[in-house]
Design a protein around this ligand. Structure first.
Ligand code: XLS
Ligand code: NI
Ligand code: NI
Length: 439
């Protein structure tokens, strides 16, 4: 049965005014031996696209969804999987991501919940056999159920720790079964509201214990996907432990986990941490920790995680600059951890929003590729640091200088000549790339 009346979305080029066509994303376009779809590896987020009903703290759901005709929870779960595959195939999206609780309802015990999951996972596997769609990543929802009110691995309640462990054990097994490319840990409620009642050190140690157990179990069952941690600064807790890329990498280093994990960087989470998206990607990249991306965008006027579909070409260009400099994302991809606005409640909005996101990142990728090929920024940066390629600068880098020799070198100098940072020139240059690309 077809849930969506739309035909498969095709590339029609920048001249097209058809909202149901790609203008910049040609999945088969080949660049440096890879197709654009292989470079970008787009994924649909099950939770936002299939489950979000449009409710917000002030009102009930608004979404018109063709699969909602059935009300039995398990029938609905199976219908949503059918709808997901149809949507991905029609959208030319090759991957999807899901939490365990997105796809199957919870039962009275974990055993019952797992039985529900088994039924749906079997259904997913049937689809995987006949479809070109694959799983980018799996994760466990350890934040919605009231048992996780004080956290999961960082809960003060050891029974909750045990429950979370059993839940991730099952989710890793599922990840292996559906051949997920990655497994994500987003620390849901792993954080705190007040230090008056919190043993921060103990909670962080427990988080490390938990991740080590996950590594051990992934090895034991032969799950070969990449393990990822997704930083987020705040929300739902006031302070999330995996605050940002720098904080998360320091944590992974301290607890000897860097060999097993990379980061899943989300645009809107960067903003919540007071960083740009590019900052977070750069920080992860230069530390060899850039694994995957949750491709959404925040709203500069709102201080929370609005998870909007990405339409900002400028941001997308700078983000793709980091991805290309990273040599691509390996097992990772661009997951649209994004939801349509409450007012965009029609099924066609689901298509149009994904098309907009894919076109934005395709255009951003091609712009970044051109900027890198032209060495437009590389040359300016190399020039800016050129004082380190000769003389005293070269000595500082090679280690032949020390405080005493540097003092001797500089002590009688009257003025030091700095050069312009040229920021406006470079900003105008990026504009020129974007505007020339469009014309
Ligand atoms: C929430 C997170 C979440 C993760 C997966 O803000 O972005 O959606 O990506 O648990
Ligand atoms: Ni996310
Ligand atoms: Ni988010």
């Amino acid at each position: 049965m077809d849930f969506f009346k739309f035909a498969r979305i095709r590339y029609e080029g920048p001249e097209s005014m058809n909202p149901f066509a790609f203008k910049y994303y040609d999945p088969d376009e080949r660049i440096e031996g890879k197709t654009l779809s292989e470079w970008l590896r787009f994924a649909v987020a099950f939770w936002h696209t299939l489950n979000y009903d449009g409710s917000d703290p002030f009102g009930v759901g608004t979404m018109v969804r063709p699969w909602s005709r059935t009300s039995h929870p398990m029938d609905l779960a199976l219908a949503k999987v059918d709808a997901l595959f149809e949507l991905c195939e029609k959208l030319n999206v090759e991957y999807f991501c899901f939490h365990d609780r997105d796809v199957a309802p919870e039962g009275a015990t974990l055993r019952e919940t797992n039985k529900n999951l088994d039924i749906v996972v079997r259904h997913i596997k049937d689809h995987l056999k006949t479809s070109s769609v694959k799983v980018l990543w799996v994760t466990a929802n350890m934040f919605s159920n009231p048992r996780y009110v004080h956290g999961a691995a960082t809960s003060p309640n050891s029974e909750v720790f045990a429950y979370a462990a059993a839940q991730v054990k099952k989710a890793l097994e599922i990840a292996k079964e559906v051949e997920a490319q990655n497994y994500v840990f987003w620390g849901g409620r792993e954080g705190y509201e007040t230090l008056l009642n919190t043993d921060m050190q103990f909670e962080l140690e427990n988080m490390a214990r938990f991740l080590h157990m996950a590594v051990d179990y992934a090895k034991e069952i032969g799950f070969n996907g990449q393990l990822l941690v997704e930083p987020k600064a705040k929300e739902p807790t006031k302070h999330q432990y995996d605050f940002d890329a720098a904080n998360t990498i320091a944590f992974l280093q301290k607890y000897e986990l860097t060999d097993y994990f990379k980061l899943n960087i989300e645009a809107n989470h960067a903003t919540l941490a007071g960083h740009t998206f590019q900052h977070e990607l750069r920080y992860a990249r230069i530390n060899g920790m850039l694994g995957s991306i949750d491709a959404n965008q925040g709203d500069p006027l709102l201080g929370w995680d609005v998870d909007r579909f990405p339409t900002n070409i400028y941001e997308a260009t700078l983000a793709m600059y980091e991805v290309i400099k990273n040599g691509g994302l390996s097992k990772g991809g661009l997951n649209f951890d994004a939801k349509v606005r409450r007012g965009s409640f029609m099924p066609e909005d689901l298509f149009i929003s994904h098309i907009a996101g894919m076109d934005t990142f395709a255009a951003g990728w091609k712009l970044a590729y051109k900027i890198i090929q032209d060495k437009a920024l590389d040359e300016a940066i190399a020039h800016r640091y050129s004082s380190y390629t000769e003389g005293i600068g070269k000595g500082i880098v090679s280690g032949s200088e020390n405080f005493k020799t540097l003092e001797e070198y500089i002590i009688d100098r009257k003025e030091l000549a700095n050069v312009s940072g040229e920021q406006e020139r470079l900003e105008a240059l990026i504009n020129q790339y974007i505007l020339n690309y469009a014309s």
